[in-house]
Design a protein around this ligand. Sequence first.
Ligand code: ZN
Length: 126
Amino acid sequence: MKLICKNCEMEISNVLTELRDLSLLNEEIGEDHTPLDYIPQGYFLIVGEGDDVDEKGTIIINMKDLINSKHHRDGNRLNGCCGLDGLDGLDGMNRVCLNGHEIGTENSDCWMPHYITINRNTVNFV
Ligand SMILES: [Zn+2]
């Protein structure tokens, strides 16, 4: 399946498979602060209630699987040290589709595993 923007139906992800083996998730960062991917490429994960990544129904994907997307034009949302820390709730979503619709948040700062969280209210599965 793929994710599309709910507003303009633009594809915003590569073809993805739901991740069943949660042991593939990576909570670590590299020894020299080399950022690692939180979730392997080609997979998505729906975060359920009780997990610590924000609200129920957030979709997590690999950064390399996000397509037709750009950063939010509001620079206040693009906070971070080396990358983007994606601490939304504070800053709001920092990723939009090419037509400017908010779709999710890039989490790519140097001290965290890297991933994209997609807000389930802004996309559809196809
Ligand atoms: Zn859109």
